[in-house]
Design a protein around this ligand. Sequence first.
Ligand code: LFR
Length: 494
Amino acid sequence: GPHGVFAAADLGATSGRVMLGRVGSGRLGLTELHRFPNTPVPLPDGLRWDVLGLFGGILEGLRAAARSGGVDSVGVDSWAVDYGLLDADGALLGSPYHYRDRRTEGVAEAVRDRLGAAELYRVTGLQHLPFNTVFQLASAAGTAQLGAARTLLMIPDLMVHWLTGTVGAEETNASTTGLFDTRSGAWSEELAARLGLDPGLLPALRSPGDPAGGLLPRVAEFTGLPAGTPVTAVASHDTASAVVAVPATAPGAAYVSCGTWSLAGLELDAPVLTEESRAAGFTNERGIDGTVRYLRNIMGLWLLEECRRTWTARGVPAGLDGLLADAARAEPFASVVDPDAPEFLAPGDMPERIRAHCRRTGQPVPGSPGAVVRCVLESLALAHRRTLRRAGELAGREVRRIHLVGGGARNELLCRMTADAAGLPVVAGPVEATALGNVLVQARAAGLVGDLASMRALVARTQPLRHYVPQNDPAARAAWDAAAARVEPSPRNP
Ligand code: LFR
């Protein structure tokens, strides 16, 4: 039968990868072509992404794709929120800032208060995160860089621009900026104007599946793929691509896209823009086909990754398997934290911050790495439980099953704890949900797969999944309930 081969470039906060997806006649296969580290660079005036290095990694991956026999199209996704600015000649103005840079501290609150938190939520439906694009731009007000900027491109759109020469703004990612009107599905020129931003900075929107040009001759020369090879707009916000590949085939599904962040929530047909939802810190980001990703950001495995980085720098053994084995043996529920406490956002000494948090909240201070990791995982499992229950209440949906996708699906301890904490079955996998979603949207544009339900059915049939059943022993349940009652979540949208 007809089939296609697609390259998915997926940039994550710690690594990028180019995957080769093969789709056709009931099959969906994914192989890795190239993986490369993504190491943020602390410049004197702030933390930056090495976007040239990332583009180089994508080119290297496409070169491998050419060697493997070529592709029908290419798609790019990455984390959200961050952007590059182009000047009137189309040159990139400096290196894009990392969303964990501290320069928006204080500015975000001031802008939110000036524009009105309730009004902002009514228009954009976004949770207040201090690093939302709109607050980063407000921090740049009056700079020569912003003054010289003519075009704003989100990170995946910037990569697509360098591959094809075209300029566009893919809508799932545009919906995370704080400048996108969730009701109309268009940029909010009014918000831009109220912030003193030239609405001309914002390129025309593209929907997932739209053509985004062809590879430039220079890219073709470097990679060995033919010039003009199609590039397709995918759900370029990585979380939106991951949600496409959630293998949900029945009602009652919630998801946790679990990697550096845990994005926990529901897919809805319409945004929830109530005051209650705003106060609870839920966001309404765009999915494909007019769906809404109703979710909340949970700090996620960043806490563990950053602990490991700290330990490694000090020569403390921090292999993941060893740490997880130690955590499995550590004392349960010794101390639990709110993973979303603002002090955990920026890079730094995470084990010490966790200890300080425990000290401040009057709990035992975890000593060994195993005890710290136990605290992190139990705290994340509790946050998954809390968030999905609240999402269900606010959206009026019953949650019966949790799909945990992304790198976290490999973490058996976290999957089991999430099932036990929530008292719900967890279906773990696929690990590479984001790359699969990227591939599927390209395959659909090529006419090889149908609607969202059939894409998900294809993922469910072809990808390895693990099932975790919650313990129904009353003592175990009571222990999770008691632990849940100990966490005082910090307000997100005060
Ligand atoms: C996950 C993610 C989240 C977004 C955060 C910052 O990779 O895209 O959805 O809130 O990164 O961009």
